[in-house]
Write a protein that binds this ligand. Sequence first.
Ligand code: 6PG
Length: 248
Amino acid sequence: MSERELCLFDTPAAMAAAGGDLFVRLAAEARAADRPFSVALSGGSTPRAMFAWLAQPDQRDQVDWARVEVFWSDERAVPPGDPQSNYGMAKAALLDHVPVPADRIHRMPAGQTPLVAVADAYAAEIRHSLGVGRARTPRLDLVMLGMGPDGHTASLFPETAALEDRHRLVAANHVPKLGAERLTFTPKLINAAAHVLFLVAGEDKAAALHEVLEGERRPSLYPAQLVAPENGTLHWYVDGAAAARLAG
Ligand code: 6PG
């Protein structure tokens, strides 16, 4: 059974705090069930405020970080110290401030080659960490995503090959518009999650958000439309500026 919620927030800061609250709640549910909490962090700039909110002592002290398995939903093909690194951003904003054991921080080594082999190895690392064999798709507790002004999410960019990958969990994706290689969760892995959280803020996202949520279904042009958890909850957290073109 799948659910979807759309939550509008007055400011990016309020949206970030709400995203952090969801993280804390889901981590507490995992702890109550005596199991690790598996989360894939998103990249770009939007999640930074949520990470910083989680790193504050009031929130930090509510999470059993020793049992959090940290993954990334995508990564740029750069070294971890590069300013473009999604890992580097999360490390500075969150992971340097909370006690996640090093062996539970699963960086996407997207700067290595060949990227296809790196993608398959990362999928194997997810399976091993979650104790899921090849017959099943790993079900992360929470996958965080952002959305670009073109409707891309993770590194699933319009009209790129990874959109069509029905088998892999993680894909190497060439992005011609960026002239870049990326590693990305595939829709298959994203849609197996228990919870998927989109954080979308800013007026530059308004047109794409309208198309993704209210336009005709054109996932090759608006890849965020591919996100539909099969047996989970899809949370759209958006600020007023990004929601400006929504009719509903
Ligand atoms: C990335 C992200 C990407 C991001 C969107 C939004 O690696 O760039 O994963 O999907 O979430 O591009 O980026 P901003 O948050 O910077 O607007």
